[in-house]
Design a protein around this ligand. Sequence first.
Ligand SMILES: Cc1cc2nc3c(=O)[nH]c(=O)nc-3n(C[C@H](O)[C@H](O)[C@H](O)COP(=O)(O)OP(=O)(O)OC[C@H]3O[C@@H](n4cnc5c(N)ncnc54)[C@H](O)[C@@H]3O)c2cc1C
Length: 317
Amino acid sequence: MTDLNDIKKSQKVVIMGSGPAGLTSALYTARANLEPVVFEGMEAGGQLTLTTDVENFPGFPNGILGPELMDAMRKQAERFGAKCVQRSITSVDFSAKPFKIRVDETEIETDTFIIASGASAKMLGIESEKLLLGHGVSTCATCDGFFFKDKELIVVGGGDSAVEEGIFLTKFASKVNIVHRRDELRASKILQERAFKNPKINFIWDSEVEEVLGDMESGVKGVMLKNSKTGDVSEKEAQGVFIAIGHNPNTELFKGKLEMDGPGYLITKNGSTETSVPGVFAAGDVQDTKYRQAITAAGSGCMAAMDAEKYLEDQGE
Ligand SMILES: Cc1cc2nc3c(=O)[nH]c(=O)nc-3n(C[C@H](O)[C@H](O)[C@H](O)COP(=O)(O)OP(=O)(O)OC[C@H]3O[C@@H](n4cnc5c(N)ncnc54)[C@H](O)[C@@H]3O)c2cc1C
C-alpha cells in the first residue's frame, strides 16, 4: 500500500480501480516499466471481495476465495513496481494533455488514464441481502448457478437479465421462482415465451422481496414477500436468491467527458479499449454490457495496458 503523499505528481499511467481489470492493467504496465499508480477506490479488490468461492477463474483447480484471489493479483502487480493507493479519484480533466486527476485536494498529471471502475449490481436495498451476499444471495447466475444443484431458487426482476438468468438457472435448480413487482414482464417476447414454456420456472407476480431469510452459517432459507396490490405478506422457502434488476456502471465522473451509452457504460472503439478521448482507456465491467466476468475483466485490463503502452510509444514517450 502506498500513501498518496508518496507518489510523484506526474505519471505515465494512472489506473482507476483495483478489481481484476485494474490490477491486470497494473501488472502489464508495471512489467512494461511504466510505473503505474492504481487508485483502489472504496472497494479495494473490487466486486470479487464480496464473494466467497470463485470456481471459474482459470488456474485454480480447487477454486479460490474472492478476497484471496484479489490479494494475489495486487501483490503480483506490486512485485513489478505498481503503486496501489487506497483512495478514490474525485474528479478528472481531459480537456488538455497531460490529463489532470484529482484525489480531493491533490492533483496528479498523467499521460494516460485507464478506467476500470466496474459496474455495481443494483440491489434491493435491504439489510439481509447485504449480509447474505455470497452466502446464498447472488447477483450473477453464470458465477454462482453451479452452487445450487437441485435447490429451489428465487430470481428477482422482470427484464431480460432476470428472465435469462432464470432460464440459465433451471440447468441446476429444481425450481426457479421469478419474483416480479408487476403483473407483466419487461423482457423481450422471445425470452418470455421460452420462460413460460419452461416447466421449472414459476412466476410470482405483483410481489416484492421484503426480507431474505437465513444466516451466514447455513445460508438462505427463504424470502418474505409482499404483494404490491393487496399488501399481503407471505413466506416462500428457497435456498438461493438471485438479484437481477440491472447494473450501475461507475461512470459518474465521466458524464459529458466521455462517450457512454444510455445506462452509462463507457463506449470503447474498434474492438480496443480506446474511449472517445485518445489516451483514456476503459477496461472491465465499466465498458461491458454483456459478459461481466472476472476473467473477461482481467482480459480487457491486459488490452488496456497494451493499448496505453502503444499510445505512449506513438507519442514518442
Ligand atoms: C457477489 C459477486 C460474486 C461474483 N462471482 C464471480 C465469479 O465467481 N466469477 C467471475 O468471473 N465473476 C464473478 N463476479 C463478477 C466479477 O466480480 C466482476 O465481473 C469483476 O469484478 C469486474 O471487474 P472490474 O475490474 O471490471 O471491476 P470491479 O471488480 O467492480 O472493480 C471496480 C473497482 O473500481 C474502484 N472504483 C470505483 N470508483 C472509483 C473511484 N472514484 N476511484 C478509484 N477507484 C474506484 C472500486 O473501488 C473497485 O476497486 C461476481 C460479482 C459479485 C458481485
